[in-house]
Write a new protein. Structure first.
Lengths: 330, 330
C-alpha cells in the first residue's frame, strides 16, 4: 500500500481546477486541504477538507497554518497568491520542521521575482532580454528628451499584483500621474507583440527544468487569459531553460513574455502555479504529479515538449454551492 | 416513447452551465444546438451540435439561423445576448413558420426593455419605483440647481450592454464628459443599497409569473456577480409579480433592482436568461424544464418561493479544450 500524502493549498481562492488536479494526482492516497481568509472562496467547498484562516498579514496567520499542517499531517504545501510567496520562502524551515516540503523557491529568488525593478536589473545583469524599464522620473525624462525611448509607455508598481495601478501612458500628463499612483512605480517599454505565458516545472531535487508548456494568450478577462492556444518553439524552450539556470526558481512557476522583432522578451515571473495552468494540465502536462514525486524523494526526468500545439483552452463559469446560515441577512 | 425536442441556443458564448441545464432537462430526448460568431466560444464544444455563424448584424445571419432550425428540427430557440433579442422578437413569426417556438417576449416589451429611457418612462407611468433618470443635460442641470437631486449620479447609454460607457459622475466636469460618451446617454440617481437580481419565468401560454428566484449580489467580476446569496421576501415577490403583470414579458427574464430606504427600486430588465441564472437552477428552480413544458403545449402551475435562502453560489473557472488546426500560427 502506498503511503498517505496530504497536500495543503494556501489562499486557494477561486482556483478550483487546481484542487481537482491534485485530487487526481493523489488518486485517493491522501487529502487536498485548502485555506482562504474568505468563507466565500469556492475552493474551500471543492477540497477534501478546508479551513477559513486569518489574512496573511495577521500575526496569527503563520501559527494557524503550521497548526493545520500538524493536525492534517500535511506533506507539501503551496500558495496561489503572490504576496504570500515571500512568507512561505522566509519561513520554509518552519514548515520543514513539521514535516512539510513547501513548493517554494529560495527566498532570494522569490523576493526578486516579487519586485519587478529588481527582476529587471537581474535580467540586464544576466543578458536576458526584457523590456527596458525606468524606476525614476528624472532618468526617464532624460531618455525621452534624448530620443532613446518614446511614448506610449507602460506604468506599474514594482511590487504590485492583480493588475492594480497598471496603465498605458500616452502623454506627459498621464506619465506624471502614473508616477504618483504608488511609491514604487516603474515605467516600461510598451510591449505590442503577442503575449506568451509559459508554465515551467523545475525539479525540487535536481534544480533542472523538467517540463514546460507554452501558450499564446488569445483574450484577457478580469486580469487573466480566458482563451489561449498551445504552441511549441525550440527557441522559446532554450530561452526559458537558460533563464531558469540562472534565476534559481524551484517547483511550478509561471513566466510572462512578449514576442518582439528581436525575439522573446521576459516581462515577469510568478514563482507559483500560473492562473492559466489548467491549459497545461489539460494538454497532459501534469505538475501536481511531478511535485508529489519530489515530495516522495524522487527526482523527475526532464521531458520537454510532451504536448501538442493548436489546442485551445476556452474558459467558462462553473459554480459550487454552500449554505451559510444568516448570510442573506448580513 | 416521448417525442424528440431540439433546443437552439443562439449567441451562446461562455454560458456553459445553461447548455448542461438544457441537456439535463431534455434527458436524452433531443439535442442542444449552439451557435456563436466566434469559433472560440466554449459553448460550441459543450453542446450536442454546434455552428459558427455570421455576426447578428450580417444580412446572412437570420437566413443562416432559420436554415439551422430546419436542418436540426429545432423546436425552441433563445438568445443569450441583449442586442439579438429585438431581432428574435421582430422575426418571431418566421421562426414559428419553421416549427420553432422562440422563447422571446413580444416585440413591444423587448424594445422597451432594451431602451433604458423608455423603460424609465414606462415605470413612472405605471407607478413602479425606479431610480430617477434624466435624458437631457438641460433638465438635469435645472434639477441640480433647484436642489431636487445632487451629485454623485450614474451615467450610462440608454441602449448599452456589457457595461460599456457606464460610470459614476462626481462633479460637473465628469458629468459633461459623460453626456458625450454616446448619443443616447442617460443619467440616473446613484443607487447605493444592496444590489438584487431576480430570475423570473413567465409562462408562454398563461402569461403568469410561474417562478422567481431572488439573490443578493455579493461580488462583481467582469460585469457579472461571481458570488451571490439566495433570499426570500414576500414584498419582493409582490413587486415582481405586479411589474410583470403590466410589462408584458414572456419566458425567462432577469430583473436588476436595488434596495432603497423606501423599498425596492427597479433598475433594468433583460428579457433573457440572466448571467447568474445558474444560482437559481442549483437551488432547484428549473426554467429549462418550464420552457420545454410550454413548448409541448402545456401550461406551468405557479410555484413561487420553492427554494431555500442562505445558499451561496460561488463561481470558478472550468475549461473546455478543442483543437483548431493552425490557430497557434494565426
Amino acid at each position: 500500500m502506498e503511503p498517505l500524502v496530504n497536500v495543503l493549498i494556501l489562499s486557494a481562492g477561486s482556483r478550483g481546477k487546481l484542487v481537482s488536479y491534485f485530487q487526481r494526482a493523489l488518486a485517493g492516497r491522501g487529502n487536498v486541504v485548502t485555506t482562504d481568509s474568505s468563507e466565500l472562496a469556492p475552493t474551500l467547498y471543492l477540497a477534501d477538507r478546508h479551513y477559513v484562516v486569518p489574512r496573511i498579514t495577521d500575526p496569527d496567520y503563520l501559527p494557524t497554518i503550521l497548526d493545520i499542517c500538524r493536525r492534517e499531517s500535511i506533506d507539501t504545501c503551496l500558495s496561489l497568491i503572490d504576496p504570500e510567496l515571500a512568507l512561505l520562502a522566509d519561513h520554509a524551515d518552519e514548515f520543514r520542521a513539521v514535516g512539510v516540503t513547501p513548493m517554494i523557491s529560495p527566498a532570494e529568488a522569490v523576493h526578486r521575482g516579487f519586485n519587478k525593478w529588481d527582476m529587471y536589473r537581474f535580467c540586464v545583469d544576466n543578458g536576458i532580454p526584457t523590456p527596458r524599464t525606468w524606476a525614476d522620473a528624472a532618468t526617464l525624462r532624460a531618455d525621452l528628451e534624448a530620443g532613446v525611448v518614446a511614448l506610449p509607455l507602460f506604468a506599474k508598481p514594482a511590487t504590485g499584483s492583480a493588475s492594480a495601478n497598471i496603465r498605458t501612458v500616452t502623454d506627459a500628463a498621464e506619465l506624471a500621474e502614473a508616477w504618483a499612483l504608488a511609491p514604487d512605480m516603474i515605467v516600461q517599454e510598451l510591449m505590442t507583440g503577442e503575449a506568451i505565458d509559459v508554465d515551467v516545472y523545475i525539479d525540487l531535487i535536481t534544480g533542472e527544468v523538467i517540463s514546460l508548456f507554452a501558450k499564446k494568450k488569445l483574450r484577457m478577462r478580469a486580469g487573466t487569459a480566458d482563451k489561449s492556444v498551445s504552441f511549441k518553439d525550440p527557441a522559446l524552450d532554450r530561452f526559458v531553460i537558460d533563464f531558469c539556470r540562472v534565476a534559481g526558481f524551484r517547483g511550478a512557476i509561471d513566466i510572462d513574455l512578449f514576442v518582439t522583432d528581436d525575439g522573446y522578451s521576459l516581462l515577469e515571473v510568478n514563482p507559483r502555479f500560473g492562473g492559466v495552468y489548467p491549459h497545461a494540465y489539460e494538454c497532459g502536462v501534469d505538475f501536481p504529479s511531478m511535485l508529489l514525486r519530489n515530495v516522495a524523494g524522487e527526482a523527475n526526468e526532464p521531458n520537454i515538449g510532451a504536448y501538442e500545439e493548436d489546442w485551445a483552452m476556452l474558459a467558462y463559469e462553473e459554480v459550487v454551492m454552500t449554505r451559510i446560515e444568516g448570510l442573506s441577512r448580513n
